[in-house]
Every structure is written in structure tokens, then in C-alpha cells.
Ligand binder design. Structure first.
Ligand SMILES: [Zn+2]
Length: 120
């Protein structure tokens, strides 16, 4: 399947930024609990790609966990050369849609059907 996403690097950067934002939110919460908790807490500010401190995963709420998963899936698809195509029908998702939602994995048609409950 040919990949026709022109600004892939830009979208990849956006995805990485989004992931950093989510993790920063979590770090902020961890910072707060450190103040009221014990000392000697490990520095969790240094999170390398695709490796999450267990503590961070535990402090994610459901929404954050879902979006991190979506972002990581999108980054995986970039690495695998599948990014930009619908994981259901294989059609191009479309750059406009990807710019709005870089982690999108369905084209608008499939997404609409899924949301209408016409597909599992
Ligand atoms: Zn589709």
C-alpha cells in the first residue's frame, strides 16, 4: 500500500508533542503527590520513547491511557509505513483529517459507520 502522506515528519512531530503533553500532565500530578508523600521518589521526568515508568501508567486516567495508546499506535504505523491509510478499508485517511487528528486510524467513512454503530 503506497503511502501518500506528504507531511509525515510534521505529523510525527505533532504526535510526539502530544505524547509529551500527556506525560507532562501525569508528571505534574506525580509532582503533587511527591509533595505530600515520601521523599526519595524517583525522578520520572526522563521518559524515553515507548518506555513508560510503571508509576506513570498507573497514574494515567482512562482518557490519557487511550490517547497514549492511539498516539503510540500511530507512531508504530509511521515506522511500519502504514500511516495515513485506514486500518479497516485501506483507503487514504486524508491529510486534512490527519492534521486535525494525527492519531486517526480510520478514514472518515469507516469512522462514521463505527460511530453510528453499524460496525462492531
Ligand atoms: Zn476506511
Amino acid at each position: 500500500m503506497e503511502n501518500n502522506v506528504a507531511n509525515m515528519e510534521e505529523l510525527k512531530k505533532r504526535l510526539l508533542d502530544m505524547r509529551t503533553d500527556v506525560l507532562n500532565e501525569v508528571n505534574h500530578n506525580a509532582e503533587f503527590s511527591k509533595e505530600i508523600g515520601t521523599d526519595g521518589v524517583q525522578d520520572i521526568g526522563d521518559v524515553s520513547a515507548n518506555t513508560y515508568n510503571r508509576q506513570i501508567l498507573l497514574s494515567l486516567n482512562d482518557g490519557q491511557r487511550v490517547i497514549l495508546q492511539e498516539i503510540d499506535d500511530a507512531l508504530d504505523r509511521i515506522e511500519g509505513g502504514e500511516y495515513g491509510n485506514c486500518i479497516d478499508c485501506g483507503d487514504p485517511i486524508g491529510e486534512k483529517r490527519l492534521v486535525v487528528r494525527p492519531q486517526a486510524k480510520y478514514c472518515i467513512d469507516c469512522k462514521t459507520e463505527i460511530e453510528k454503530g453499524e460496525r462492531p
